[in-house]
Design a protein around this ligand. Structure first.
Ligand code: ADP
Ligand code: TYD
Length: 211
């Protein structure tokens, strides 16, 4: 474990990550924890600029290797500027997406494979999540939830891309059973929140945490 605790949320677009992160942040703060929230791509001034570049639908000529490096660049900055200092301070860091997103979207979705793990190994420099929650729901299950949203460049990618990404997440979870807890994203907001708290309560740092 890191000195603080590094928690990440993963899942396809619309799987409910932001909703659960907000609930968890409130719960932990109310219980006296020092919490730092972040998101990817972004989370730093430089990272937010990179985010604009990556997600802008006007950048439709972007090569997929450029895209992969941009996500990794935003991550490298976030790890060094924000995540490591916060963990060293004993904080609970909650991040909306991290390396697993690159492995799922670029590795599986864009079919770039193992090079994504390699280039991210340099970007994170050994800083990996202690606990990851994967909110599992098929792309077709999020369609109604995404209605009315203005879609970014990644969300505008093909249905096959999103399905490969979804399947990729399953493979990542199978390979990392100790770190990744898979939660059925079709359940209600409250049920998912309860499952997250129950899982966290298994760790010493969150012992006694209750819904
Ligand atoms: P993400 O951050 O993964 O893109 P959000 O938390 O923004 O997902 O949720 C996407 C939409 O789905 C929002 O309108 C949210 O209110 C709704 N939503 C979130 N969780 C659930 C759930 N468990 N059941 C039904 N709708 C949900
Ligand atoms: P985000 O704004 O978190 O999307 P959402 O809230 O809809 O889940 O993420 C932006 C997009 O970037 C999202 O479609 C996933 C994609 N992404 C990657 O393709 N690779 C990555 O490494 C990361 C962090 C995100």
């Amino acid at each position: 474990m890191n000195r603080g605790c590094f928690i990440t949320f993963e899942g396809i677009d619309g799987s409910g990550k932001s909703t659960q992160i907000n609930l968890l942040e409130k719960k932990l703060r109310d219980s006296g924890y020092d919490v730092l929230l972040s998101r990817e791509p972004g989370g730093t001034d430089i990272g937010e600029k990179i985010r604009e570049l990556i997600l802008d639908p006007a950048n439709d000529e972007m090569d997929q290797l450029t895209e992969a490096y941009l996500y990794a660049s935003s991550r490298a900055q976030l790890v060094k500027q924000v995540i490591i200092p916060a963990l060293d301070d004993g904080k609970v860091v909650i991040c909306d997406r991290f390396v697993d997103s690159s492995i799922a979207y670029q590795g599986y979705g864009r079919q770039m494979g193992e090079i994504i793990e390699q280039l991210n190994r340099f970007a994170v420099d050994g800083c990996l999540p202690d606990i990851t929650f994967l909110l599992r729901i098929e792309p077709k299950g999020t369609k109604s939830r995404m209605a009315g949203r203005e879609l970014d460049r990644i969300e505008l990618a093909s249905e096959n891309f999103h399905y490969r990404t979804f399947k990729g997440y399953d493979e990542i979870a199978t390979k990392n059973p100790g770190r990744i807890t898979v939660i059925d994203g079709r359940n209600s907001v409250d049920e998912i929140h309860e499952a997250i708290i129950a899982k966290l309560a298994e760790f010493d740092i969150f012992k006694g945490l209750q819904v």
